[in-house]
Design a protein around this ligand. Structure first.
Ligand code: DAH
Length: 360
C-alpha cells in the first residue's frame, strides 16, 4: 500500500470512530488544518516535476476530497444525533397544569377611593390633592383653629422638629384632609366642586385607630349654596355608595371650627340576623362630619364670604370600607397579610363604574 493509501485508511478509521463533534473537529484539524497531514501532502505538489504532478496530483486531490466529504457526512450525522438526544431529554410536558401565578388584589381602601371618585365625578366633582407634610397654617390656622384652640390638642398631631419649620411655619403630618379645602380655594377660582381623598396621621392606636388612616374631604363653593344642597349631595352619595335606595340620613347639630353651622351625619341601619345592615332607621351610625364653610375660612382664602358660600364634609375612607364590606379590625388594613388581602381584596379588572354597580 502506498503512503497515501495508508493515510487514507487511517483517516477514514479516525473519522469512523469519532463519536463527538469535538472528536470530528480534531480529526479535521489533524488532516486539513495548517499543520495537517493532507495539507502537508498538498504542499509537496509544488516541488514536483510536471510528470510527477500529473500522476500524484489527482491522487492527492482525491484524498483531500474524500476526507473532506467523509468529515462532512460524519459531522452531519453527529449533529443529527445530538439534536435527537436533546429533543428526547429536554422535553416539556404541555399537559402539566400551569403553575400557580401569584395574583395580587386591589386593596379595599383603593377600591373604595375609586368608588367614591366615580360617584362624585358623576355629580361634577373633580379630585384634588394636597401634601401629607403640611404647614400649621393650612392644617389649622386657615381652618379657624388658632394656636390656643382646644381642637389642636384633640388632633394628636405629629409635629416636625422646630428646625424643620418652613417660612416660619411649623410643619406637621396633616391630621385631616381639610387643608386641601384651603389649598383649593387659594389656587382656584370658584365655583369649586372637589373631593380630596388621601392619607392622614394622628398619634393614636387601637382596634379602631391607626396612626395613619384615610379620609375623604368634599368641598363646594358657589353662590347661594345652602344646607339643602349639602343634604341632597350626601344622600345621593350614600345611596350610590351603599347601593340602596332606602338609605336614611339624620343630621345632628355639631361643632367643627371650620363650619358654621356644623352637622354630624348619621346613617340609619336595620338589624338583620343579628347584623347591622345599612338602610332603614332601627338604629343610627355616625358616618360624616360636615357643615357650611365658615366665613372666616372663606376670608382666610382671600374670597368674599358675602359673595361665595359653600359646604364641606369629611369622613374616614377606612370606616366607609368597613361598613360596606364587613371588616371589623382597622389594623388588618395595614398589616399586609396576604390571606386578608386575598379575602377582602378586589380583582384588578373589577373597576367600579356607576353603570356596572360601584361595589360590583
Ligand atoms: N376634618 C374633620 C376631622 O378630621 C372632619 C370634617 C368635619 C371635615 C366637618 C369637614 C367638615 O370638611 O365640614 O375630624
Amino acid at each position: 500500500m502506498s503512503d497515501i493509501e495508508t493515510l487514507q485508511t487511517e483517516l477514514m478509521a479516525a473519522i469512523d470512530s469519532a463519536d463527538t463533534l469535538e472528536a470530528i473537529e480534531a480529526v479535521r484539524v489533524s488532516a486539513l488544518g495548517k499543520q495537517g497531514s493532507v495539507s502537508a501532502l498538498l504542499k509537496t505538489m509544488g516541488g514536483m516535476s510536471p510528470e510527477e504532478r500529473q500522476t500524484q496530483g489527482p491522487i492527492i486531490n482525491g484524498l483531500r476530497e474524500s476526507i473532506t466529504s467523509a468529515l462532512a457526512t460524519k459531522k452531519a450525522e453527529l449533529e443529527t444525533a445530538e439534536l435527537n438526544r436533546r429533543l428526547s431529554t429536554e422535553r416539556i410536558d404541555m399537559t402539566l397544569p400551569a403553575p400557580d401565578i401569584p395574583r395580587g388584589t386591589i386593596h379595599p381602601v383603593s377600591q373604595v377611593m375609586d368608588e367614591l371618585a366615580e360617584i362624585f365625578a358623576d355629580m361634577g366633582f373633580a379630585v384634588a390633592e394636597g401634601p401629607e407634610i403640611e404647614d400649621d397654617w393650612h392644617n389649622f390656622t386657615a381652618l379657624n383653629i388658632p394656636e390656643t384652640h382646644p381642637a389642636r390638642a384633640m388632633h394628636d398631631t405629629f409635629y416636625f422638629p422646630d428646625d424643620m419649620a418652613r417660612d416660619g411655619q411649623k410643619m406637621v403630618l396633616r391630621t385631616h384632609t381639610s387643608p386641601v379645602q384651603i389649598r383649593t380655594m387659594t389656587s382656584q377660582e370658584p365655583p369649586i366642586r372637589i373631593i380630596a381623598p388621601g392619607r392622614v396621621y394622628r398619634s393614636d392606636s387601637d382596634a379602631t385607630h391607626t396612626p395613619m388612616f384615610h379620609q375623604i374631604e368634599g368641598l363646594v363653593i358657589d353662590k347661594g349654596i345652602h344646607l339643602g344642597h349639602l343634604k341632597w349631595t350626601l344622600e345621593t352619595f350614600l345611596k350610590a355608595y351603599f347601593e340602596r335606595e332606602d338609605v336614611v340620613l339624620r343630621l345632628r347639630p355639631s361643632y367643627f371650627p371650620f363650619t358654621e353651622p356644623s352637622v354630624e351625619v348619621d346613617v340609619g341601619y336595620s338589624v338583620i340576623n343579628g347584623k347591622r345592615v345599612i338602610g332603614g332607621s332601627e338604629g343610627w351610625m355616625e358616618v360624616l362630619g360636615s357643615g357650611m364653610v365658615h366665613r372666616k375660612v372663606i376670608e382666610a382664602c382671600g374670597l368674599d364670604p358675602d359673595v361665595w358660600q359653600g359646604f364641606a364634609f369629611g369622613t374616614g375612607v377606612d370606616r366607609l370600607a368597613m361598613l360596606k364590606y364587613g371588616m371589623d379590625d382597622l389594623r388588618a388594613f395595614f398589616d399586609g397579610d396576604n390571606r386578608w388581602l386575598q379575602h377582602y381584596g378586589f380583582n384588578a379588572l373589577d373597576v367600579p363604574t356607576l353603570s356596572g354597580g360601584v361595589g360590583a
